[in-house]
Design a protein around this ligand. Structure first.
Ligand SMILES: C[S@@+](CC[C@H](N)C(=O)[O-])C[C@H]1O[C@@H](n2cnc3c(N)ncnc32)[C@H](O)[C@@H]1O
Length: 305
């Protein structure tokens, strides 16, 4: 527990959040609900168009609005470890989605702010958690003063939803809004993981007796094939990173996959110290080990105190 449940929080920060709720915020091209989303043809914009379209889809918003609890043991252990480092409030929850992490992170800090660049996600999260400080904002343009948070989180591989350039901007922005000694916890897709390499899945054994389930599975496979076709020009493979469709949501997201070593280098380049890298079971990841069975890793990074 890093926060004081009775603490009133930093007034200037809170005023800032309230003013953002009424104003237009976000990265150019990302608009409030109801606005048509139009993007220029830069790599960032193409990635944004694909990923925000999927994140805005009703079934996807409904999915994130129904999840609860820790993603896996690794996420819980990463948060506990971050707390043990003495990360202080307030806490910034980036890419809050439908609110899965709201109660988990509020239990760590009562001074809590959640943001997401998809207005529909924020809408659902607000319905689930009325009164919680939640607003539409893009992580590439954090509308907070320097050094205003002690703890930042970007869970469930949300960081992998933006282009390489966007990712670098997000890391710089998180670094900027964290106080000296602040902690950043996030997960990132593993380039060497085998699971997301297979996007088409066999039907469940009993599907042949359940026509609706079979129809749903067939639609999902078709959608996946269409998405793979749509994204084929964006796919990039390097030795320690790749850009390719993500298995979730019928391959409707294009993600950046990074090796453990490259992710650690990236953190250091952006002024962080790597405090821990954990596999989904919460075990410290062995830098020289075989990483093929891990879909993602959890990272705990610190700014200099
Ligand atoms: C995989 S979902 C995870 C949602 C939630 N954190 C959870 O763990 O259930 C990733 C979330 O990150 C958000 N996201 C991705 N890129 C973002 C950005 N640049 N700024 C703000 N939110 C972003 C997406 O809209 C989505 O809601």
């Amino acid at each position: 527990m890093i926060g004081d449940a009775t603490s009133a929080g930093d007034d200037s920060l809170r005023r800032g959040v309230v003013s953002r709720l009424s104003g237009q915020v976000g990265w150019p091209g990302v608009r409030h609900a109801g606005d048509a989303m139009r993007f220029p043809r830069t790599p960032d914009a193409v990635t944004d168009r694909i990923n925000t379209r999927t994140y805005r889809a009703r079934r996807v918003v409904r999915y994130y609005g129904s999840t609860s609890g820790w993603l896996d043991t690794g996420e819980r252990v990463a948060m506990e470890f971050a707390c043990s480092l003495g990360a202080g409030p307030p806490l910034l929850d980036i890419g809050v989605g439908g609110g899965r992490t709201v109660p988990l992170l509020q239990a760590i800090s009562a001074e809590y702010v959640g943001i997401d660049y998809v207005p529909e996600m924020i809408e659902v999260a607000r319905e689930r958690f009325p009164g919680v400080d939640l607003c539409v904002m893009d992580a590439r343009q954090l509308d907070f003063p320097d050094a205003s948070f002690g703890f930042a989180a970007f869970t469930f591989n949300g960081l992998d939803s933006v282009s390489e350039q966007g990712r670098s901007i997000i890391l710089s922005e998180v670094r900027r809004v964290l106080r000296p000694g602040g902690v950043f916890v996030f997960s990132a897709l593993n380039h060497h993981g085998a699971v997301d390499r297979v996007l088409l899945t066999p039907p469940k054994p009993d599907s042949w007796q359940r026509p609706r389930r079979l129809a749903r599975w067939s639609m999902q496979q078709l959608q996946t094939v269409m998405n793979l076709q749509r994204m084929r020009r964006l796919v990039r493979e390097e030795a320690d990173a790749s850009i390719r469709p993500v298995r979730a949501h019928a391959g409707g997201l294009i993600g950046r996959y990074t090796s453990l070593a490259r992710q650690c280098d990236e953190l250091v380049r952006h002024g962080f110290k790597v405090a821990a890298c954990l596999d989904p079971q919460g075990m410290p990841a062995d830098p020289g080990g075989n990483h093929s069975t891990f879909a993602h890793f959890h990272y705990v990074a610190r700014t200099d105190s």
